[in-house]
Design a protein around this ligand. Structure first.
Ligand SMILES: [Zn+2]
Length: 259
């Protein structure tokens, strides 16, 4: 049974000293592909480096996360756009991400909007899928995305509202869910309502999960098998079939063929 982690921050500093170990853990847990999501220019450069070092296993999603907008300078934004634009021939670049809006960072709302729109324009121009963070903003984002011609949309860690889920699914968007699928009723409801053909798995590591069975351990792609088992239980579909379909979804979404 092959598995995938469509959303991990491998370029995060917390992983910098153990990235080789994390990749080894992924391999021994049958995780065959990881998408290293970026937060800013520095982590975008690092995601590209990791995708080169672990070619065929690590793929890169590049962009500016809404949390990083407060320290973002014009110069960094320009250089990030330049970096991404220069990678169009690089097959390891599979998406623009992680980008989005976060309602908890109200003070920098206008700047969040400016940067998010710039990232969406870039995704449209380069014809790349987008990976979206939408805490407290999902309904708004689902309404604003149709003004762009986007190749594909992935709403990461979708939690609420259910009305926005319905709209997103109608538009053909994909959803990724991670370790909370094992314990959160809200996430389980999202999984239940999302067709298996639109679902991907993620860890969002190094974010830690304190509930059982994860208990605050360092997040690793090896957690994915627990996520797949939870999806299998919720949907009453054999875990092998769930895993196979998720591999197909990954290939279709990111446009890569996994060995
Ligand atoms: Zn993330």
């Amino acid at each position: 049974m092959k598995l995938i982690d469509a959303h991990i921050h491998l370029s995060d500093e917390e992983y910098s000293k153990c990235v080789h170990e994390v990749i080894a853990e992924a391999k021994s847990a049958n995780v065959v592909a990881l998408v290293s999501n970026s937060m800013d220019l520095k982590t975008s450069v690092e995601s590209l480096r990791l995708a080169e070092q672990y070619s065929g296993m690590v793929y890169a999603a590049l962009g500016i996360h809404p949390w990083n907008v407060n320290v973002l300078t014009e110069e960094e934004l320009r250089r990030t756009v330049e970096l991404i634009s220069g990678q169009t021939q690089n097959r390891a670049l599979v998406a623009i991400g992680e980008i989005g809006l976060d309602s908890k960072y109200e003070k920098i709302w206008d700047k969040q909007l400016t940067v998010f729109n710039e990232m969406l324009r870039l995704a449209e121009k380069l014809d790349l899928p987008v990976i979206i963070h939408s805490r407290g903003t999902t309904a708004q984002i689902v309404d604003m995305l149709p003004s762009y011609k986007l190749r594909k949309v992935l709403l990461h860690w979708f939690s609420n509202p259910i009305s926005a889920l319905e709209k997103a699914l109608e538009k053909g968007y994909y959803i990724t869910e991670g370790p909370p699928t094992a314990y959160s009723n809200g996430i389980r409801e999202v999984v239940r309502r999302t067709p298996l053909t639109k679902l991907l798995t993620e860890t969002d590591g190094p974010v830690r999960f304190y509930r059982s069975p994860f208990n605050g351990k360092r997040t690793t792609p090896a957690f994915i098998s627990t996520v797949v088992e939870a999806i299998s239980e919720i949907k009453k579909i054999d875990a092998t079939i769930v895993a196979e379909q998720i591999i197909k979804n990954f290939e279709g979404f990111f446009g890569v063929k996994l060995d």
